[in-house]
Structures are given as structure tokens and as C-alpha cells.
Write a protein that binds this ligand. Structure first.
Ligand code: PEP
Ligand code: MG
Length: 589
């Protein structure tokens, strides 16, 4: 199924779901994980001869491989079948193709694998579009040979998104959180994927990195080619190929308006997130990497409400040491002073994997050996992190929380290991804050239901709505096919949040929300009405949420809660939330 929605002249539009706001314009780089897809890298003039030599060597190697294969097939199946490879040999000997690659190499000064892949891709596309079965076959031959040549050029180096050196818009079938963590934010102008959803960690990272992004394009990565010129609209989830002058003008106007709104919002940096009738809601930011802290400071957030530490473990060959982690946590804690940072202990698994750990593949990784379950079995890894967090608590205002708590025993075991670490540090004479607040993320329905029991063992709750919704409604947060079922305003979700907040408050705990719901300004009236004390969201969204909180009054939020109490329809509840939002800060919507 294609998501191409309109075609006007040479302009083509693909509709997806916007997950990170902003507009980007530029040349596309299609990243294909199922093939040897080369990265685009600038080369110096002096490197051209060696690029040509590499290209020649790859053509010779490819020719040799085809001949070898032809011979093997001739012997095992017969000469007739082996003759299909004659066409492949013609491709590696095609002078027009080779000359064009050499010309483009001189002109664009890009690495030869990316040039070859681009030129050959264009040839194949032209042939495949001609209504002639023979030529369409030739297009397939070119695809096949291209893969082989590129593979030979790349050797064992494989793909490395981090090594791209030219600005581009990245289009991929899917990007894992590890892929996204490698992106160089100054070179990736924006990205769009066929798969994915709003609460995938890839989308969450795009918002942290401030990269305009969209997901759910179905097969656009098949239809777009490296080098295509596109406009990416992360607000409305659109990729526009070859935008017309009219489209470019309209987007220019939109950008001016958005910039005006952003400038207004930036003025709120030093102000408090307090409602019209005086209720202060702590508004903090989520981060994935220590570098994100700069954005947090610019956003006017009151500290970090969720530091997803697992990103520290991705894309590295070895586990981070206690010292590595201590340094990172200390830096963040110092940077956010006088506010606090809530460090979440390792939440590997689900959609985040560390290759060095060789975790076994699971059928249902989100329900599997992840997060606290993993940590309680790998005490060595867990205690290394707990010690680093405790040590950072001596330097700054550090709090800590456990992800994926499902029951009391799990929480108690984690706390026992924490106590062991405290004792070890005491014995070693290393400083830490003995009163560091320890909380539990409430993101599993079983934990929500026994929140009153868990409340006795912790200092605060932080509601992870991303997982709470997926587990409560049994809807995979990554699966775009069922994303319509992923409904934050499902009456069951509202009841669960109410239970958690009430249980926390009954035990004098503060209760925050750090899932993506916290950054959705349509839902701010609902969360405030339910009594949430803290909202933590991506730094880019903080100013908008602050404006929303400052425009609301608790009386209106409580009235909304009354209005939705007996409503059993998620869409109608959402409409009621939107009505309140619209009447208080319609200009933001
Ligand atoms: C959540 O589940 O809401 C959450 C904040 O954690 P993560 O998105 O990292 O699973
Ligand atoms: Mg979670």
C-alpha cells in the first residue's frame, strides 16, 4: 500500500504521521538496511584517483564473481541457465554506465560507492519504467549487479550512519534507536520512515535531537531515490518530492509564522509553569544523552524528569564502566543545578538493544527480558550503574527511578541492591547522598493497580504512559497498523492514572508523568485535572506545555474530569479535552 496522496506536475506528496515538528528541505539519502547501502561521503580532489582505482577493482572483482557463479551453475544445472549471467556481465562492462559514474565522481566529489549506486539506480529506474518486458528484466540485472559492486566497494566496512558527511534528509524503511543515536544532528536535516510510531524511541529521539521527522510512510523508501529533492513537513507528516514554487512559497510563509510563535514561546523561559489560579506544576524535560542538557537549559525546564540512561549502552562494544557513568551523570547533575535530574536505571530491551550483550532474540521483546527484569539478573551491570548514580548524588541534585516495576518483590529486590551499594560506598569512603529520592516508574497495569502497596517503598511515582497505554490496551506502541487503537484518552487509562495519583498522594508522594502524554498540550487539562504534580517531556515541547499550563485554571480542569467521568468513548473524551485546550490556548493548536 502506498501513501502517495497527490501528484501535481512533477510534485509528489507522501503522507505519514508527523512525530517531530519542523520543516526541512534538501536532497534525500535513502538508507536501506536490507541491502549494502553506502553512505554518502565527500571526497577531496586528491582522493579521486584512489576512488577510481577502488571502482575498477570492484568491477573486476564483481566480474570474477559472476564468472565463477556462471561456471558453477553451468556445471550443476546446465549452460542454458548459466547464460542468464551474460546480462550481468554486460552491466559491469557497460561503458556508458561506467563513464557516467566517472563523470559524476569528478563533478560531485562523493565516494564512489554512493555515486555508482545513484547512477545505476537511475539507469534501472528508467528501464523499469519502459513498457517492455525485456528492458524491465535488464533493470533487475542492474539492481543485482549494483548490489554486488557496492558490496565489493564497501568490503567489510558495512553501513555507518555516523560517517555521512553531507547534509541530507534521511529516508529509511525503519530506524532503530541505535541508528538514531548515531545521527549527526548537523547533517541530518530531517528523517522519515516507512514504519514507526509516535511513541517509538526513534520518534522520541527525533524530538530530543530537534530533527523534523515523520513515520508511517508505508513504502516511500522504495519509491524515493537518493538524490531526490524533497521538502519534509514534520508538523503535518508530509514528504513532498520536487515541491513546486507555489508549495515552497506556502512553506516559507508557514515557517515565518512558526518562527514567530517559537519566539513568543522562548520568552517564557524564565517564567514559572503555574496555572492562572496559582497551582504550580513542575515542568521538566526528558533526555537521552548528556549532550541534550543544552537544549533543556534553553527550554526553561525545571530540571530533568527522565534521563533514559540506556542510550549510554548502545552503539558501543563494551559496557560502560562505573567511572564512565559517574562522569556522565555528574555532568548532567551539575548542569541542571539547582534543579534535579531523575536518572532512570537501565531500560534495555523492547526496542533498545546493546549488541555487545548478545541478548537472545525474543518473540515479544516488550514483554520480555528487559529493564528491571534484566538488571535484577545481571546484578554486576545493575550495581555498577547504581554505584555511579549514588556517587553522582554527592555532587548534584540527583534522584533515581526504576523502570518497568511490575510488583512489590521486584521493587524490594532493587532497593536491597541499592542498599548493598550504599554500604559498599560507605566502606570505601566514597561520598553519596544518603537521602537521594528513589522512585518507581508506573508503566505496567499491575503496578498501577497496586500503587498503594508500592507507594510505601518509594519517594515518588513517575507514570510512563508510553508503556502503560501499550500494556493496558494490548497495543504494540511500535506497530503503525494498530496505531489508531493506541488511545491515551481510553477511559481505562484515565482510571489507571487517577488510581496512581490518588495512591501516591494518599502516601504523601509526588506523582509525575514522563511518557509522551506529558508533552501533548491537548491532554494537559486532563492531567492537571487528575492531580499530576509534574510533567516531563522532550525539551522542544517544554515551552508549549508551559504556555498551556499558564493559560489553564484548575477549576476548568476539574470540570473536565467531571465531564468525562461517565464518558466511555476515547474519541469523545479527547474532543472534550481539545475543547478546553482550544478555549484556553487555541493559538497553539
Ligand atoms: C514510558 O514508557 O512512558 C516511558 C517514559 O519510558 P520509555 O518511553 O523509555 O519506555
Ligand atoms: Mg517505558
Amino acid at each position: 500500500m502506498s501513501n502517495e496522496v497527490t501528484t501535481a506536475g512533477s510534485e509528489r506528496r507522501f503522507q505519514g504521521v508527523g512525530v517531530s515538528p519542523g520543516i526541512a528541505r534538501g536532497a534525500v539519502f535513502v538508507y536501506r538496511t536490507d541491502e549494502e547501502q553506502p553512505v554518502v561521503r565527500k571526497v577531496e580532489e586528491r582522493e579521486i584517483p584512489s576512488e577510481i582505482a577502488r571502482f575498477e577493482a570492484a568491477l573486476i572483482a564483481t566480474r570474477g564473481q559472476i564468472l565463477e557463479m556462471q561456471e558453477r551453475i553451468a556445471q550443476s544445472i546446465g549452460a542454458k541457465d548459466a547464460s542468464i549471467f551474460d546480462a550481468h556481465l554486460l552491466v559491469v562492462e557497460d561503458r556508458t554506465l561506467i563513464d557516467e559514474v566517472l563523470r559524476t565522481l569528478q563533478r560531485d566529489r562523493l565516494n564512489v560507492e554512493s555515486v555508482f549506486s545513484q547512477v545505476a539506480g537511475r539507469y534501472a529506474k528508467t528501464l523499469s519504467e519502459i513498457d517492455d518486458p525485456y528492458l524491465r528484466e535488464r533493470a533487475l540485472d542492474i539492481h543485482d549487479v549494483t548490489r554486488r559492486v557496492v558490496h565489493n566497494l564497501m568490503g567489510k566496512r558495512g553501513r555507518d550512519l555516523a560517517s555521512m558527511t553531507t547534509p541530507h534528509i534521511l529516508i529509511a524503511h525503519n530506524l532503530t534507536p541505535s541508528d538514531t543515536a548515531q545521527l549527526n544532528r548537523s547533517l541530518v536535516l530531517g528523517f522519515a520512515t516507512d514504519a514507526g510510531s509516535k511513541t517509538s524511541h526513534t520518534a522520541i529521539m527525533a524530538r530530543s535531537l530537534n530533527i523534523p521527522a515523520l513515520v508511517g510512510l508505508h513504502d516511500a523508501s522504495e519509491q524515493l531515490n537518493t538524490g531526490d529533492h524533497v521538502l519534509l513537513d514534520g508538523y503535518n507528516g508530509l514528504v513532498i518530492v520536487n515541491p513546486t514554487d507555489q508549495t515552497l512559497w506556502e512553506y516559507g510563509e508557514l515557517e515565518i509564522k512558526k518562527t514567530e510563535v517559537e519566539e513568543q514561546l522562548n520568552k517564557l523561559r524564565e517564567t514559572q509553569s503555574t496555572t492562572v489560579d496559582g497551582r504550580h506544576v513542575i515542568l521538566s524535560a526528558n533526555i537521552e544523552m548528556p549532550e541534550d542538557i543544552e537544549q533543556v537549559k534553553l527550554s526553561g525546564a525545571e530540571g530533568v524528569g527522565l534521563y533514559r540512561t540506556e542510550f549510554f549502552y548502545l552503539n558501543r562494544a563494551e559496557l560502560p564502566t562505573e567511572e564512565d557513568q559517574f562522569e556522565a551523570y555528574r555532568k548532567v547533575a551539575q548542569e541542571v543545578q539547582p534543579h534535579s535530574v531523575i536518572i532512570r536505571t537501565l531500560d534495555l530491551g523492547g526496542d533498545k538493544f546493546m549488541s555487545a550483550l548478545n541478548l537472545p532474540e525474543e518473540l515479544n521483546p516488550f514483554l520480555g527480558w528487559r529493564a528491571i527484569r534484566f538488571c535484577l539478573e545481571r546484578e554486576d551491570i545493575f550495581k555498577t550503574q547504581l554505584r555511579a548514580i549514588l556517587r553522582a548524588s554527592a555532587v548534584g541534585n540527583v534522584r533515581m527511578m526504576y523502570p518497568m516495576i511490575s510488583g512489590l518483590e521486584e521493587l524490594r529486590r532493587a532497593n536491597r541492591l541499592l542498599e548493598e551499594c550504599r554500604n559498599e560506598l560507605r566502606a570505601e569512603g566514597l561520598p553519596f547522598n544518603p537521602d537521594m529520592e528513589v522512585g518507581a516508574m508506573i508503566e505496567i497495569p499491575s503496578a498501577a493497580i497496586i500503587a498503594d502497596v508500592l507507594a510505601k517503598e518509594v519517594d515518588f511515582f513517575s507514570i510512563g504512559t508510553n508503556d502503560l497505554i501499550q500494556y493496558s490496551i494490548a497495543v504494540d506502541r511500535l506497530n503503525e497498523r494498530i496505531s489508531h487503537l493506541y488511545e491515551p484518552t481510553h477511559p481505562a487509562i484515565i482510571r489507571l492514572i487517577r488510581m496512581i495519583v490518588d495512591a501516591g498522594h494518599a502516601h504523601s508522594l509526588w506523582v509525575g508523568v514522563c511518557g509522551e502524554m506529558a508533552g501533548d498540550i491537548l491532554l494537559a487539562p486532563l492531567l492537571l485535572g487528575l492531580g499530576v504534580d509534574e510533567l516531563s517531556t522532550g525539551a522542544a515541547l517544554v515551552p508549549r506545555v508551559k504556555r498551556a499550563v499558564q493559560s489553564l485554571d484548575i477549576a476548568a480542569c476539574l470540570k473536565l474530569i467531571e465531564d468525562v467521568k461517565h464518558d466511555d468513548n476515547a474519541a469523545s473524551i479527547l474532543a472534550k479535552c481539545e475543547a478546553v485546550a482550544r478555549s484556553h490556548y487555541g493559538d497553539l493548536l
